[in-house]
Write a protein that binds this ligand. Structure first.
Ligand SMILES: [Zn+2]
Length: 113
């Protein structure tokens, strides 16, 4: 079951609310650490399906892989059911990068004429 922030705050006892308010007044160091730890835990989890073949990821298998991409502040995940799918993904990524680089070079050549 998923809880929204408002539901979480409403469920807290008075003493806990006072402790959180005090922490926030002091820069929210404790709260920031808790949120940071939860984000790290979420990032360690595999996605539900392989992003290449769509197979459901078996969380107990040791053949699963998950890549974490860093887009400025936002991190994105891609999970793979096996090494074959990971390799296919990396090759496609490399091809796409090369195509983008060629496009950029052509665009700059056109601009500089
Ligand atoms: Zn797969």
């Amino acid at each position: 079951m998923r809880y929204k922030m408002i539901d979480m705050i409403r469920s807290l006892e008075y003493d806990e609310l006072i402790r959180i308010k005090k922490d926030l007044n002091e820069g929210g160091i404790h709260l920031k650490r808790l949120v940071k730890e939860r984000i790290k835990d979420e990032q360690k989890k595999h996605n539900k399906r392989c992003c290449v073949c769509g197979e459901i990821i078996n969380v107990y298998s040791t053949n699963n892989f998950t890549l974490l991409f860093d887009y400025s502040d936002i991190k994105k995940k891609a999970s793979f059911c096996a090494l074959d799918c990971l390799n296919y993904f990396l090759k496609e990524l490399e091809l796409r990068r090369k195509k983008d680089m060629i496009k950029e070079v052509k665009y700059n050549e056109k601009k500089n004429r």
